[in-house]
Design a protein around this ligand. Structure first.
Ligand SMILES: *Cc1c(COP(=O)(O)O)cnc(C)c1O
Length: 361
């Protein structure tokens, strides 16, 4: 213990992030449904681009990400000049906190909100402010009531992880309208692609000066291992974030694979359709077994058990069958398990195992 060399205030308040489990002792063939990964992996086009990039590994990557931004802009009909790319959307969240929040500033998010909002706020010495949800759904009035002169950032994932619930576009617009003038609203669209036709909040970004959207290649694109995400915002915000972004924050491999991935929207549509089909199948199957969940708009469901004891017992039972789901006590949902929608066979295995656990069989 050294009491002279100390990190900045806030750092020691950060609880280490625990990723979804990937192994069970003694089980070799596990089905991993704990990190909201795409069961189909990445598109073949993204894999081909990844492999081709090996020939350029001796070169530094480009610094402006122009080709990837142009591809994203073309596919989503956005302004390429107002897109920023990062090592996962986590890096965009980090940039936003570094640029806009510091000691004595407040960063607002909801009680079942994504853990990175707290971690990134504490990392810059800002004060995290957690707002109650209503029935596992963000409550715009409660968020507005929590804002004040110190509020610099308001984070909301839509759909949210781990609840899977969504707030309507009208409610999000009301939130953006009601924020204090110095606060920026960040719409985290990590799961936006799972809701067909949903723009992740892009139109609201275009219409206002105080809204930023973050997106990722980690979920429907099946590229979580590669670390690529992006943000879309007003020019004044993107110009600020680019000042703190490392010039070589993304490798050539990341850029090339992501560009091929975003251009393959047929693959995205196929994954979305399969997710929608199996999500309602699994939700219905578990509900019939007495394990309800809210209607999810993402690639997981939040299964609710009678209490923490039953949720933990079911988790242990599933692990014994090689099925790894996610405990969410860290998200203040100790009586729930978050189950990623896998392929059809995985979903059937989960339903079968929960039936056995419940003794229904
Ligand atoms: C998975 C997830 C992300 C994605 O993080 P990456 O850094 O892009 O992998 C962002 N926000 C939420 C709410 C998520 O669940």
């Amino acid at each position: 213990m050294n009491d002279q060399i100390k990190p900045q205030p806030g750092i020691l308040d950060i609880a280490l992030y625990e990723g979804g489990k990937a192994h069970v002792a003694g089980v070799s063939n596990v089905v991993k449904l704990s990190s909201n990964e795409n069961p189909f992996g990445p598109s073949d086009k993204a894999k081909d681009a990844f492999l081709r990039s090996v020939h350029a590994l001796h070169r530094y990557p480009v610094t402006d990400h122009a080709d990837l931004r142009a591809a994203i802009a073309e596919v989503h009909k956005l302004d390429a000049a107002r897109i920023i790319c990062g090592a996962g959307s986590d890096e965009i969240i980090t940039f936003l906190c570094q640029a806009y929040a510091g000691p004595r500033d407040e960063v607002v998010f909801t009680e079942h909100g994504f853990l990175m909002y707290r971690i990134s706020s504490l990392a810059v010495g800002a004060t995290p402010v957690e707002v109650q949800e209503r029935e596992r759904t963000a409550d715009v009035d409660a968020i507005l009531a929590a804002c004040n002169r110190r509020t610099k950032l308001v984070f909301i994932a839509n759909p949210n992880n781990p609840t899977g619930t969504m707030v309507s576009a009208a409610e999000i617009a009301r939130l953006a309208d009601g924020l204090p003038p110095q606060a920026l609203l960040v719409l985290d669209g990590a799961y936006a692609e799972y809701e067909e036709g949903y723009d992740g909040g892009a139109a609201l970004v275009d219409a206002r000066q105080n809204v930023v959207m973050t997106r990722t290649f980690s979920k429907v694109y099946g590229l979580g291992g590669l670390r690529i995400g992006w943000g879309y915002g007003p020019q004044h915000v993107i110009d600020v974030l680019n000042r703190i972004r490392g010039p070589f924050n993304l490798s050539t491999t990341q850029l090339d694979a992501a560009e091929a991935a975003v251009r393959d929207q047929d693959f995205v549509a196929k994954c979305r359709n399969e997710n929608t089909r199996m999500r309602s199948w699994l939700a219905n199957a578990l509900a019939e077994l007495g394990v309800p969940s809210d209607t999810s708009m993402a690639n997981f469901i939040l299964a609710r058990f009678a209490n923490q004891e039953e949720a933990e017992a079911c988790d242990a039972f599933l692990q014994g069958q090689g099925l790894i789901v996610r405990r969410v006590a860290g998200y203040k949902l100790p009586h729930c398990l978050r189950i990623t929608i896998g392929d059809e066979s995985s979903c059937r295995q989960v339903a079968h195992a929960v039936a056995q656990f419940k003794g229904v069989k």
